[in-house]
Write a protein that binds this ligand. Structure first.
Ligand code: C2E
Ligand code: MG
Ligand code: MG
Ligand code: MG
Length: 288
């Protein structure tokens, strides 16, 4: 009906708003239905030790297999899930699936998951997470969470106690997308992160004109100075990879190693690498 409106464009605008509102409503109900129907699926991105080239673990990345919309990106559905209050439920459903998937993996491999600020700011979060790990019999030492700078509000002591309580359980806490938000040196100094992940917006520009290479060098030096190891995300080509390898012992991820994969694809990959979990000997139900 947009075409039947006046020449001032006002009706077009109104119609677009209506469409957006409708899309938003359908997203919200789709997410609620998708949660009940188990339509949210973990995909996995390889994490590589750049020095040895060895696979060290996987980052779980959420995908929504929506019957109406097809495969939907987390950039679309995570903010909506946050705003309608189902992010914790969604995340925990995905973590449970991922922990189950990871049973087939060599116990040297880690599993890393992204955590929303809304989850991280729940004082019960460490306990809820630990419960999932216990239920799946998954060693917390193999589990890592990734939080962004938006989790780091002004109450540094509170954030700190959250990180400390997770780390006391053996869970690693990594700072994701570093450089894009508002973290200060004061926060970095007082928050005991296990690792800093350099945002792909810097990594992707390494070797090009501009300051990205210098910024990456500085972040690596900062991390190493603070005793926090570094991961570079978004490595797309060989030139960037060799630049990064010259910076010392860091980890990396990116399309150069392939796109995020389904559980079946991961299984095939690990089979090829000889890194599937060894089946337990009969009658042996002890920890690996
Ligand atoms: P992130 O944690 O920083 O994840 C990296 C994103 O970069 C992923 O996008 C990944 O597919 C993409 N990527 C990886 N390598 C490359 C590369 O070489 N080039 C480029 N251009 N991109 C690359 P994805 O899967 O769309 O996820 C986007 C964001 O959504 C993630 O950013 C993360 O913040 C969030 N997210 C994903 N899964 C979850 C989840 O389960 N819970 C929460 N709260 N957030 C999630
Ligand atoms: Mg991440
Ligand atoms: Mg990131
Ligand atoms: Mg990101």
């Amino acid at each position: 009906h947009a075409k039947s409106c006046g020449k001032n464009g006002f009706c077009w605008f109104e119609t677009q708003m209506e469409d957006e509102l409708q899309f938003r409503n359908s997203l919200e109900s789709g997410i609620r239905e998708g949660l009940a129907a188990g339509e949210f699926v973990p995909y996995y991105e390889q994490q590589i030790d750049l020095e040895s080239g060895e696979l060290t673990g996987f980052e779980m990345l959420a995908r929504w297999h929506s019957p109406r919309l097809g495969v939907v990106s987390p950039e679309v559905f995570i903010p909506v899930a946050e705003s309608i209050g189902v992010i914790a439920e969604l995340s925990e459903q995905l973590i449970e699936r991922a922990l189950d998937d990871a049973r087939d993996w060599d116990p040297g491999l880690t599993l890393s998951v992204n955590i929303s600020p809304l989850q991280f700011n729940d004082p019960w979060f460490p306990q809820r997470l630990l419960k999932l790990l216990l239920k799946a019999n998954f060693p917390p030492q193999r589990f890592e969470i990734e939080i962004t700078e938006s989790c780091l509000h002004d109450n540094v002591p509170l954030v700190r106690s959250m990180i400390v309580s997770l780390r006391n359980q053996g869970i690693k806490v990594n700072l994701d997308d570093f450089g894009t938000g508002y973290s200060s040196f004061a926060q970095l100094r007082s928050l005991p992160f296990d690792r800093i992940k350099i945002d792909r917006s810097f990594v992707g520009e390494i070797g090009r004109e501009g300051s990205a290479s210098q910024i990456v060098n500085a972040i690596v030096a900062l991390g190493h100075g603070l005793g926090m190891p570094i991961t570079a995300e978004g490595i797309e080509d060989d030139a960037i990879l060799s630049n990064l390898r010259a910076l010392g012992r860091i980890k990396g991820q990116g399309y150069i190693y392939g796109r995020p994969e389904t559980v079946e694809e991961v299984r095939e990959r690990l089979k090829g690498l000889g890194r599937l979990a060894q089946p337990a000997a009969p009658g042996d139900d002890s920890e690996p």
